[in-house]
Design a protein around this ligand. Structure first.
Ligand code: AMP
Length: 146
Protein backbone atom coordinates (compact mmCIF):
# COMPACT_ATOMS: atom_id res chain seq x y z
CA UNK A 1 0.00 0.00 0.00
CA UNK A 2 1.40 3.38 -0.97
CA UNK A 3 1.46 6.16 1.59
CA UNK A 4 -0.59 9.24 0.86
CA UNK A 5 0.58 11.74 3.43
CA UNK A 6 4.03 11.61 5.02
CA UNK A 7 4.62 13.82 8.05
CA UNK A 8 8.24 14.60 8.94
CA UNK A 9 9.04 15.52 12.54
CA UNK A 10 11.87 18.02 12.30
CA UNK A 11 14.12 19.39 15.00
CA UNK A 12 16.86 21.83 14.03
CA UNK A 13 19.81 19.54 14.60
CA UNK A 14 22.00 18.25 11.75
CA UNK A 15 20.00 14.99 11.94
CA UNK A 16 16.98 16.74 10.48
CA UNK A 17 18.60 16.65 7.03
CA UNK A 18 19.06 12.88 7.22
CA UNK A 19 15.51 12.36 8.46
CA UNK A 20 14.14 14.71 5.81
CA UNK A 21 16.02 13.06 2.96
CA UNK A 22 14.70 9.63 3.95
CA UNK A 23 11.14 10.93 4.21
CA UNK A 24 11.50 12.59 0.85
CA UNK A 25 12.58 9.31 -0.76
CA UNK A 26 9.69 7.39 0.80
CA UNK A 27 7.18 10.06 -0.21
CA UNK A 28 8.51 10.09 -3.75
CA UNK A 29 8.23 6.30 -4.04
CA UNK A 30 4.64 6.46 -2.83
CA UNK A 31 3.66 9.57 -4.74
CA UNK A 32 2.66 10.94 -1.34
CA UNK A 33 2.16 14.46 -0.14
CA UNK A 34 4.85 15.50 2.37
CA UNK A 35 4.53 17.88 5.32
CA UNK A 36 6.99 19.08 7.94
CA UNK A 37 6.25 19.75 11.57
CA UNK A 38 8.32 21.32 14.32
CA UNK A 39 6.99 21.39 17.87
CA UNK A 40 7.91 24.11 20.32
CA UNK A 41 7.33 22.50 23.69
CA UNK A 42 5.74 24.79 26.23
CA UNK A 43 8.09 23.65 28.97
CA UNK A 44 11.10 24.15 26.74
CA UNK A 45 10.48 27.74 25.85
CA UNK A 46 13.48 29.67 27.01
CA UNK A 47 15.36 26.55 28.10
CA UNK A 48 17.15 25.77 24.86
CA UNK A 49 18.29 22.41 23.52
CA UNK A 50 18.09 20.85 20.08
CA UNK A 51 18.94 24.10 18.38
CA UNK A 52 22.59 23.47 17.55
CA UNK A 53 22.22 25.07 14.15
CA UNK A 54 20.39 28.08 15.50
CA UNK A 55 21.34 28.58 19.13
CA UNK A 56 19.76 32.03 19.13
CA UNK A 57 16.33 30.36 19.04
CA UNK A 58 16.77 29.04 22.56
CA UNK A 59 17.06 32.58 23.92
CA UNK A 60 13.83 34.03 22.58
CA UNK A 61 10.45 34.59 24.24
CA UNK A 62 7.49 32.53 23.05
CA UNK A 63 6.06 34.50 20.15
CA UNK A 64 9.47 35.35 18.79
CA UNK A 65 10.51 31.73 19.21
CA UNK A 66 7.53 30.48 17.23
CA UNK A 67 8.22 33.07 14.57
CA UNK A 68 11.88 32.15 14.32
CA UNK A 69 11.01 28.46 14.29
CA UNK A 70 8.78 29.09 11.28
CA UNK A 71 11.70 30.71 9.53
CA UNK A 72 14.02 27.87 10.49
CA UNK A 73 11.54 25.26 9.26
CA UNK A 74 11.30 27.15 5.97
CA UNK A 75 15.09 27.15 5.73
CA UNK A 76 15.26 23.42 6.46
CA UNK A 77 12.63 22.80 3.77
CA UNK A 78 14.72 24.84 1.35
CA UNK A 79 17.87 22.82 2.13
CA UNK A 80 15.88 19.65 1.50
CA UNK A 81 14.41 20.95 -1.74
CA UNK A 82 10.97 20.83 -0.14
CA UNK A 83 9.90 24.45 -0.54
CA UNK A 84 6.45 23.37 -1.64
CA UNK A 85 5.80 21.09 1.34
CA UNK A 86 3.34 22.21 3.98
CA UNK A 87 5.11 23.40 7.12
CA UNK A 88 3.62 23.59 10.59
CA UNK A 89 5.13 25.00 13.75
CA UNK A 90 2.99 24.12 16.73
CA UNK A 91 3.16 24.94 20.39
CA UNK A 92 2.27 21.86 22.47
CA UNK A 93 2.70 20.41 25.94
CA UNK A 94 5.09 17.83 24.54
CA UNK A 95 6.74 17.07 21.23
CA UNK A 96 4.82 13.81 21.13
CA UNK A 97 1.44 15.53 21.55
CA UNK A 98 2.30 18.11 18.91
CA UNK A 99 3.34 15.51 16.35
CA UNK A 100 0.45 13.11 17.02
CA UNK A 101 -2.08 15.94 17.08
CA UNK A 102 -0.92 17.14 13.67
CA UNK A 103 -0.87 13.60 12.29
CA UNK A 104 -4.51 13.12 13.33
CA UNK A 105 -5.65 16.56 12.26
CA UNK A 106 -4.10 16.35 8.83
CA UNK A 107 -4.62 12.64 8.21
CA UNK A 108 -0.97 11.60 7.93
CA UNK A 109 -0.52 7.88 7.30
CA UNK A 110 3.24 7.83 7.94
CA UNK A 111 5.18 9.77 10.57
CA UNK A 112 8.95 9.99 10.04
CA UNK A 113 11.19 10.72 13.03
CA UNK A 114 14.88 10.35 13.77
CA UNK A 115 15.73 7.33 15.92
CA UNK A 116 17.80 9.53 18.22
CA UNK A 117 18.28 13.17 18.83
CA UNK A 118 19.23 15.12 21.85
CA UNK A 119 17.15 12.96 24.23
CA UNK A 120 19.09 9.89 25.24
CA UNK A 121 21.63 8.21 22.99
CA UNK A 122 21.76 5.33 25.46
CA UNK A 123 18.22 4.24 24.69
CA UNK A 124 17.22 1.78 22.00
CA UNK A 125 15.12 4.57 20.60
CA UNK A 126 15.24 8.24 21.56
CA UNK A 127 12.42 9.54 23.67
CA UNK A 128 10.52 11.29 20.89
CA UNK A 129 10.64 8.28 18.56
CA UNK A 130 9.55 6.04 21.42
CA UNK A 131 6.72 8.30 22.51
CA UNK A 132 5.43 8.82 18.98
CA UNK A 133 5.51 5.09 18.31
CA UNK A 134 3.36 4.40 21.37
CA UNK A 135 0.55 6.79 20.52
CA UNK A 136 0.63 6.87 16.73
CA UNK A 137 -2.61 6.57 14.74
CA UNK A 138 -0.56 5.40 11.74
CA UNK A 139 2.79 3.87 10.70
CA UNK A 140 5.99 5.34 12.10
CA UNK A 141 9.39 5.27 10.42
CA UNK A 142 12.34 5.81 12.76
CA UNK A 143 15.28 6.85 10.60
CA UNK A 144 18.48 5.43 12.08
CA UNK A 145 20.71 8.30 13.14
CA UNK A 146 24.37 7.34 13.18
P1 AMP B 1 14.95 12.95 20.37
O1 AMP B 1 13.72 12.75 21.14
O2 AMP B 1 15.62 14.22 20.76
O3 AMP B 1 15.84 11.74 20.44
O4 AMP B 1 14.59 13.22 18.85
C1 AMP B 1 14.39 12.19 17.92
C2 AMP B 1 13.62 12.71 16.73
O5 AMP B 1 12.40 13.28 17.17
C3 AMP B 1 14.28 13.83 15.91
O6 AMP B 1 15.19 13.31 14.95
C4 AMP B 1 13.07 14.44 15.24
O7 AMP B 1 12.63 13.64 14.14
C5 AMP B 1 12.02 14.36 16.34
N1 AMP B 1 11.96 15.59 17.13
C6 AMP B 1 12.68 15.90 18.24
N2 AMP B 1 12.36 17.12 18.71
C7 AMP B 1 11.39 17.60 17.87
C8 AMP B 1 10.61 18.80 17.80
N3 AMP B 1 10.76 19.77 18.69
N4 AMP B 1 9.70 18.93 16.81
C9 AMP B 1 9.53 17.94 15.90
N5 AMP B 1 10.22 16.81 15.91
C10 AMP B 1 11.13 16.62 16.87
Amino acid sequence: MAYQHVLVAADFSEDALQVGERAKAVARQSGARLSLIHVVEEVNIGLGGGYELLPVLAELPEEALLQEARGALGELARRLGLEDAEKWVVNAMSTKEGILGAAREHGADLIVVGSHGRHGLALLLGSTANAVLHGAPCDVLAVRIR
